[in-house]
Design a protein around this ligand. Structure first.
Ligand code: GTP
Ligand code: MG
Length: 232
């Protein structure tokens, strides 16, 4: 049997993606040596994402063994696309340079941790935050303080060392912790936000309904969590 190992970080492929982005955004992207640097950057952020995902899986396994309950329902990972990265630098008026990505953008590596209950969200997030090899860079708690539109989630930016041949590369990863109900709500709200084909009045009405749904969902998951805790 022949196994073909696919190269995960491939400079010619990244160069092609850069050219597409340049055409779409009508802006300068990386060229020459910067393309190689960008590939290296993707590789490090991808490594950081894997470090954090593994930590989360280990915690979930331990919890399952000790408490017969999996706090994590599932985990989603994504690397920000070149288009979104360049688009964000441009929107914020930041230089289109590799160092500018490293210094200013914390969400190149993104992980979404979907938990069953709010208590699971805080248990997992707090336990991860206490690990000695990672650092908490920023916390935004939209569960205790929901956004005016009703959005709820706990956002934590962690910095984790990725060990390469020249030593550790401390790398930020944005982790969004949320419950199934919060995820369900956020997906619909996100779709509505980018739906331009709907008339303004109807859109506003839908956003209003979503605000109400958010607080009802918070109430429902609180009541369900009480049952979950009582039955143990
Ligand atoms: P940006 O990444 O530029 O938005 O800034 P930030 O990282 O300071 O923002 P924040 O931590 O508040 O939110 C980052 C991410 O959370 C977004 O990219 C979305 O994935 C998610 N998010 C934040 N607010 C909302 C919202 O109102 N609705 C939905 N559906 N998702 C949201
Ligand atoms: Mg972001």
């Amino acid at each position: 049997m022949i196994l073909e190992r696919k190269q995960r970080f491939n400079v010619p492929e990244i160069r092609t993606r850069m050219e597409q982005v340049s055409a779409e955004l009508g802006t300068d992207t990386f060229r020459g040596a910067q393309i190689v640097e960008y590939a290296e950057l993707e590789q490090v952020y991808s490594g950081a994402m894997r470090e954090i995902s593994t930590k989360l899986e280990n915690l979930d396994d331990e919890f399952q063994l000790k408490n017969e309950h999996n706090p994590i329902h599932h985990i989603e990972c994504r690397l920000k696309s070149i288009g979104s990265t360049i688009g964000k630098l441009k929107k914020r008026g930041l230089p289109i340079e590799i160092d500018s990505i490293r210094e200013n953008l914390y969400d190149i590596a993104g992980i979404r941790v979907i938990c069953n209950y709010v208590t699971d969200v805080y248990n997992v997030a707090d336990t991860l935050s206490q690990q000695s090899d990672i650092e908490v860079i920023r916390v935004k708690d939209y569960i205790r303080n929901p956004k005016p539109n009703g959005y709820r989630s706990l956002h934590v930016i962690y910095q984790v060392p990725v060990f390469l041949s020249d030593g550790p590369h401390p790398t930020p990863v944005e982790v969004q912790f949320r419950t199934i109900a919060m995820d369900y709500w956020a997906s619909l709200e996100h779709r509505l936000r980018y739906k331009n084909s709907i008339e303004d009045n109807a859109r506003e009405q839908h956003f209003e309904t979503l605000r109400e749904c958010a607080s009802q969902l918070a109430d429902i998951e609180n009541r369900m969590q009480q049952i979950h805790q009582e039955i143990g």
